[in-house]
Ligand binder design. Structure first.
Ligand SMILES: [Zn+2]
Length: 281
């Protein structure tokens, strides 16, 4: 996606501004969206990856809106492309307060305040409610903007692609529970951390759930046909996907198998030096 197709700054609503983290890539799409929320001294949600041009872009946008600085920073989760900009922001805005849910963290840009599910954050004309949504990352918070019935979804729902469930800290069973929790909120619009605004929030959340359920059925079917290792499963299920993306697909298949194992529906037979064999129970 080019910058003309996806502007580096935007004002999607009266209460919400967007500044791009300028870190495009295969996993980040056009880059990480950072959002400014409030009528003045806005709250900043996420900080990008720490790209040097980000802070000048943010300052320019703040100036255009007649703002002087962000009042504080809320992070969705610990991944580098969301908190990588904290240090440079603190150099520019001394004493900037940063909050996230503290959970199994190491090497955070301290000090970082702990923020928990339901601990409401008030800004200028805005109310943000943190919603604990593990699955993509175990420390993930979405933020519900009550005034717009909108949701900042971080990496739980994305504008352009599906969410990766990393093998180390992700959990598909938790992720699906998080999606169902979001469906229970009264959500209209979604502001994702990557890609454009999603107008039909509930529709997209349902699509995400259905997409995972489809993959699960494909995996169960393949296991039934004695396709038993992750590389073989990827080859069979992701026939239409470019081989460059197969490592990502392998992560997805692994997350499904781990979920099914947690549900006692499949069994892993670990082998030394070769991929595990997975079978139906
Ligand atoms: Zn992430």
């Amino acid at each position: 996606m080019t910058t003309t197709a996806f502007p580096t700054t935007a004002t999607p609503s009266e209460l919400v501004g967007r500044v791009l983290g300028l870190n495009p890539g295969m996993m980040t799409g056009p880059g990480t969206n950072t959002y400014l929320v409030g009528r003045r001294d806005p709250i900043l949600i996420d900080t990008g990856a720490g790209v040097p041009d980000y802070v000048p872009l943010l300052e320019r946008y703040l100036g255009e809106r007649g703002f002087t600085q962000p009042s504080r920073v809320l992070l969705t989760h610990r991944h580098r492309d969301h908190l990588g900009g904290v240090d440079q922001l603190r150099e520019r805005f001394r004493g900037l307060r940063v909050s996230k849910m503290r959970h199994r963290d190491a090497g955070l840009p301290e000090p970082i305040d702990d923020l928990r599910d339901g601990e409401v954050v008030h800004g200028e004309g805005v109310t943000l409610v943190p919603v604990y949504t593990p699955g993509h990352a175990s420390d993930h918070l979405c933020y519900y903007l009550a005034e717009e019935r909108a949701l900042f979804t971080g990496d739980v729902i994305l504008g352009g692609s599906t969410t990766v469930i990393p093998a180390d800290d992700g959990d598909l069973l938790d992720y699906l529970a998080s999606l169902r929790k979001l469906l229970d909120l009264d959500v209209r619009r979604i502001y994702p951390a990557h890609g454009p605004v999603i107008e039909d929030g509930p529709g997209r959340i349902r699509e995400y759930i259905e997409h995972r359920m489809l993959r699960e059925r494909q995996i169960l079917e393949a296991l039934g046909d004695r396709v038993e290792t992750i590389p073989e499963l990827v080859k069979q299920i992701y026939v239409d996907v470019a081989p460059a993306l197969h490592p990502v697909a392998a992560l997805s298949v692994e997350s499904h198998l781990k979920k099914l194992a947690r549900e006692h529906r499949v069994r892993e037979d670990k082998r030394p030096d070769t991929p595990s064999r997975w079978t139906l129970i």
